[in-house]
Design a protein around this ligand. Sequence first.
Ligand code: 5GP
Ligand code: MG
Length: 178
Amino acid sequence: MNQVQLKDKKFSLFIEEERILASIVALAEKINIDYKDKNPLFIGVLNGSFMFASDLLKNISLDCEISFVKISSYDGTSSTGKINNLIGLNQDISGRDVIVLEDIVDTGNTIENLYNTIIAKNPNSIKFATLLLKPDVYKKSIKLDYVAISIANDFIVGYGLDYDGLGRNLRDIYKITK
Ligand code: 5GP
Ligand code: MG
């Protein structure tokens, strides 16, 4: 499929599943080395990270746990900068080595908010892994320890990412057609 239409917008094929999976395997291998002899707690950020979290975890060979939280700063196709509350972080994470899993980092508002909330719960360490990064937009100082793929500042869908709720089920990533 080279083109998809979701509601009023057209999208064209951008990153194929094969490349997505290869970059996730490479990222998992780095985590397996960096966290050797540790038992990290992955925290996936819903909804967008569900496919990334699933494929990443299949390639993690450490004893590990995963939990999911929900937060959102997006409305339609542009960042509103509006941050909603974090839902789902109910367990004790003190002393844990936390790795946050994001689908995409754009302005960084979401991960900054997550960082502040998680660090207040006294983990031993906190790192961020993201499937996608828009480096031209990201201006925050929080270090992104694991980035699978960097992209230009275009709106994308697929592989967990949505446009107005649609497109999360697509295996490949699509870019909006201007
Ligand atoms: P930030 O807070 O870094 O500006 O935005 C992060 C969140 O906005 C991501 O977790 C994602 O849910 C959403 N987002 C950012 N860029 C895109 C994009 O190109 N496409 C989609 N579908 N969501 C995006
Ligand atoms: Mg997200």
